[in-house]
Design a protein around this ligand. Structure first.
Ligand SMILES: NC(=O)c1ccc[n+]([C@@H]2O[C@H](COP(=O)([O-])OP(=O)(O)OC[C@H]3O[C@@H](n4cnc5c(N)ncnc54)[C@H](OP(=O)(O)O)[C@@H]3O)[C@@H](O)[C@H]2O)c1
Length: 281
């Protein structure tokens, strides 16, 4: 039987494919544009759009486990197609936002909870991987850094606990391959709370050239959030992200990566080292 990786061209999905490949598992991957997927030779890539679950009938033949990208619009149909194909286990890329106490006020939480709740009622075995902010979000600083320009950051002294996409993928792979992860909701973060300003400093240290930070507050910070995220999701998304950036509460740090994989989560400095070429290093 094969394991199907959806979102296989994404930050996390590529790592899931890579890690599964090292185990000798039979892997199948999907993309909405399979001809451009650029996945390792030997991985069968099929077309599939989660917003149109019927497109998965072919990719799901002979599959018993799925790594699922969280697309809410077609999830009920996807579950039906997957069950008809004989799928037994789904490991979902969800979000730490789904763990918040009042998710109704947060469109990011709600979009992931729609998918989680559909799986909870599906009769399939499920595991939810709920990462906090990805370290990869800071790739958006790369064009400015490569150009030698200051990086504009809203509330640069606010902290996060950025997680390496490889750690997210490794937790997912353990849940796909091993027993004992059914019905787990894994809240995963990087190993430390670290300010955005310090993250920029660490990029500078890795590329051997100081990174200047232009910390924006108030209306200027909000305008930057609109510029960066206004095109994604519902209009309330900007409000939610802006509120999060102003939140003085310390960043949540969990030890879930250590507990599930047996090693500590990679630090932000580790992540920078793995991506320094993108920043011009
Ligand atoms: N960024 C964060 O801080 C953060 C934190 C917590 C959770 N998350 C979750 O992680 C997701 C991002 O993961 P990522 O960084 O690995 O992805 P990514 O690099 O942003 O790439 C998006 C992936 O999703 C696939 N995709 C998008 N819509 C699809 C659809 N309708 N049907 C099938 N595939 C679809 C794309 O595949 P093709 O284009 O090849 O079809 C691509 O592989 C977010 O959307 C969110 O749900 C993110």
């Amino acid at each position: 039987m094969a394991i199907l990786v959806t979102g296989a061209t994404g930050n996390v999905g590529r790592n899931v494919v890579d890690l599964l490949g090292k185990t000798g598992a039979e892997i199948r991957a999907t993309s909405r544009t399979p001809e451009r997927a650029n996945l390792p030779a030997g991985v069968a890539v099929h077309g599939g759009d989660l917003a149109h679950p019927e497109t998965f009938a072919d990719a799901l033949k002979g599959v018993d486990k799925v790594f699922l990208f969280p697309e809410p619009s077609g999830v009920a149909g996807f579950i039906e197609v997957a069950k008809n194909a004989g799928v037994e286990r789904v490991v979902l890329l969800s979000s730490l936002a789904a763990s918040m106490p009042d998710p109704q006020s947060n469109p990011i939480a709600m979009m992931h909870l729609v998918v989680e709740q559909a799986l909870e009622h599906s009769g399939l075995d499920w595991t939810f991987v709920r990462p906090g902010a990805f370290a990869a979000n800071t790739l958006q600083w790369a064009p400015s850094i490569r150009a030698g320009e200051p990086v504009r950051i809203p509330y640069a002294d606010s902290a996060g606990s950025p997680i390496h996409e490889r750690d997210i993928a490794e937790v997912a792979v353990r849940a796909l391959l091993d027993e004992g992860h059914a019905s787990a909701k894994y809240e995963i973060t990087g190993p430390e709370a670290i300010s955005q300003r310090r993250q920029a400093e660490l990029i500078g240290a890795a590329i051997g050239r100081a990174v200047q930070v232009d910390s924006l507050t108030g209306d200027k910070a909000r305008a930057l959030v609109v510029e960066q995220f206004g095109g994604y999701g519902p209009p309330e998304l900007v409000d939610t992200l802006f509120a999060l950036m102003q939140d003085p509460a310390p960043a949540v740090v969990t030890d879930t990566v250590q507990r599930v994989t047996g090693h500590p989560a990679h630090s932000y400095a580790d992540w920078v080292n793995d991506h320094k070429a993108t920043f011009g290093g």
